[in-house]
Design a protein around this ligand. Structure first.
Ligand code: APR
Length: 259
């Protein structure tokens, strides 16, 4: 780890009145949640996103897709927020009103770590909604069990409450994220390949509006060219160092030199 770069970013964080953080699947990797695009371990090394994360894919193979989301839901019950989620939640508590947390993740781990008002761009894996416009007979409480559960009267299928490829992001959430990107003095981009828009566009927006953009990622990402600094390391390793109260920083990374 480049400790000079780390110290520079720590100083930028200290002086930034507003900070926006954009997280992706990498922030949950150390909790044991697979990412999408990591070679070998990512979901998209195993499945085609067109099959598992589009409306067409779901309509073509509803049982297969539903079971995959059920598998991911079960996996979440056995994992815990990691040091990166906790560092973000602690920082927000210690600096009220200063940090806006924007996530592409649907795993709820930021919220479980204690972060409030998380802007979830891609929905919530634990929620269900009806695939087609609900008719008067469609009630979430009276669905018939199955893969997927469905309305016993009209057959309308339940689907996970996530945003699939080709679908619109929740507008109010996206607009709030865009406002935060324009307003911040520093944007931390953590654990995302930066390959999916409009989420990745928030880093461009922040930079164009004059913010410093900092990437935290052990590997190259598509947003590296947008960044003022790239910190090569994992989220759970680096976020506690970046966001810890100054008094708790080890001398070698944040304290007075030579002390
Ligand atoms: N700490 C930080 N970053 C990590 C770690 C880690 N421990 N492990 C992996 N990464 C990085 C990878 O190097 C990669 O750049 O996390 C990134 C994960 O990228 P993706 O799997 O593409 O996840 P993300 O960018 O969140 O994907 C965006 O794509 O499939 C859709 O809807 C899905 O929200 C998702 C969107």
């Amino acid at each position: 780890m480049d400790s000079a770069a780390l110290e520079t970013v720590q100083a930028w964080l200290r002086e930034a009145p507003q900070i926006a953080v954009l997280t992706g699947a990498g922030v949950s990797a150390e909790s044991g949640v697979p990412t999408f695009r990591d070679a070998q371990t990512g979901y998209w090394a195993q499945f085609r996103p067109e099959d598992m994360a589009t409306e067409e894919g779901f309509r073509a193979q509803p049982a297969l897709v539903w079971r995959w989301y059920q598998h991911r839901r079960q996996l979440l019950q056995g994992v815990q927020p990691n040091a990166a989620h906790l560092a973000l939640a602690d920082y927000a508590q210690q600096h009220p009103g200063r940090l806006t947390l924007i996530t592409q993740n649907v795993d709820g781990l930021h919220q479980r770590a204690g972060s409030a008002d998380v802007l979830c761009l891609h929905g919530d894996l634990m929620e269900d909604r009806f695939l087609d416009l609900p008719r008067p007979c469609c009630h979430p409480d009276t669905v018939e069990a199955g893969d997927p559960p469905h309305c016993p009267r009209c057959g309308n299928l339940l689907r996970p409450g996530v945003v699939w490829f080709g679908e619109a992001l929740p507008l109010a959430t996206l607009e709030a994220a865009q406002r935060a990107a324009r307003r911040c003095a520093l944007m931390l981009v953590v654990g995302t390949a930066g390959a999916v828009y409009p989420a990745a566009g928030l880093a461009h927006l922040a930079r164009d509006a004059g913010a410093r953009v900092v990437i935290v990622n052990p590997h190259a990402s598509e947003l590296d060219p947008v960044a003022h600094a790239v910190l090569r390391g994992t989220a759970a390793q680096l976020l506690p160092l970046l966001l810890a109260p100054e008094s708790m920083l080890p001398q070698s990374v944040g304290g007075p030199s030579g002390a």
